[in-house]
Design a protein around this ligand. Sequence first.
Ligand SMILES: [Zn+2]
Length: 103
Amino acid sequence: MNGHLRHTAHPATVDDEQGLLVLPDVPDDAPEVLREGIARRRITATTGRCRCGAVLVMPNRAQRRQAARRGGTFTTVRVEHEDGCPATNDVLEPALRAWKATR
Ligand SMILES: [Zn+2]
């Protein structure tokens, strides 16, 4: 889904290492559920917690070293959102597809 949305990078610090958080922008003209889902993902990424109670798990040093060995500079974070949270792929992806179909 990331290909459909504009993303912006935000400086972030993880364990005193400088990095960038790449986050989707909330489209002004998107339906409410889509805006809410994207907003929740941004909130989760920047505050570490979603309104549904999901907690952001940042990669630890070992995982980041492993990613670096594989040649990647990106590490992914995992968030297990509650069923029905607008930030889940189950909600966000169909909403995004439906919205794109109208444009
Ligand atoms: Zn959530």
